[in-house]
Design a protein around this ligand. Structure first.
Ligand code: ADP
Ligand code: AMP
Length: 214
């Protein structure tokens, strides 16, 4: 099962992608997590990506596409994967499709997690992330057992630099301009499905499982 998560920043793509990956035993591939790991490790890619991420801008397509295309060719992706945060532009989607077409392959589902902009800023200011294992929490909606410590791996949580309200506004603008057109793109391909991302995270997940089981 090859799945793409679509939706605004903070819609809950990562939260749902992790649950999908656990249930269906497929890899969760988050380009945001890959960049954050590279920043943490001080790589050249990380340094380049950070200058864009800190401004709320997208990292240029040429720094993202090969990375993902190479990743989905790895053995652990043979039974599928869930892509989170990629594609974010039409050229990225076209490059992915072209790479899959070489193996007569296509995406099965593009899941659009719908959340209105008004809810997003509130969600992002409460988001806490684990850079060690990629888990995400919310101080009110999805709290950890011990404040500031990841339930999954025990490492310290961070407030992402790009989750400041002014950067979130910028990211929302970038989303509407560059990423939202992917909804029409995948509708035209016949694989778009939509879920109401304002519901509780377990209800959203149950809606997704219903769709994937049909
Ligand atoms: P994205 O990957 O789309 O940027 P996340 O999965 O990181 O979004 O979720 C953004 C924030 O909202 C996180 O703090 C997360 O814990 C919280 N969150 C995710 N899903 C829900 C939900 N259904 N209801 C309330 N808060 C949620
Ligand atoms: P995310 O963790 O998905 O919210 O991504 C955080 C940031 O990483 C984004 O705001 C972008 O700057 C960058 N990024 C992640 N994925 C992509 C992508 N597919 N294309 C361009 N930039 C990306």
């Amino acid at each position: 099962m090859k799945i793409i998560m679509l939706g605004a920043p903070g819609a809950g793509k990562g939260t749902q992608a992790k649950m999908i990956a656990d249930k269906y035993q497929i890899p969760h591939i988050s380009t945001g997590d890959i960049f954050r790991a590279n920043i943490k490790n001080g790589t050249e890619l990380g340094q380049k990506a950070k200058t864009y991420m800190d401004q709320g801008l997208l990292v240029p397509d040429e720094l993202v596409v090969d990375l993902v295309v190479d990743r989905v060719k790895q053995d652990d992706c043979a039974n599928g994967y869930v892509l989170d945060g990629f594609p974010r532009t039409i050229p990225q989607a076209e490059s992915l499709d072209a790479a899959l077409a070489k193996f007569e392959d296509t995406i099965d589902y593009a899941i659009n997690v719908e959340v209105p902009d008004e809810n997003i800023v509130r969600r992002m200011s409460g988001r806490r992330a684990c850079v060690a294992c990629g888990a995400t929490y919310h101080i009110v909606h999805i709290p950890t057992k011990v404040e500031g410590i990841c339930d999954r791996c025990g490492k310290e949580l961070i407030l992402r630099d790009d989750d400041k309200p002014e950067t979130v506004q910028k990211r929302l603008g970038v989303y509407h301009e560059q990423t939202q057109p992917l909804i029409d793109y995948y509708t035209n391909k016949g694989c778009l499905v939509e879920v109401d991302g304002t519901k509780d995270m377990n209800e959203v997940f149950s809606d997704i499982v219903d769709i994937l089981s049909k």
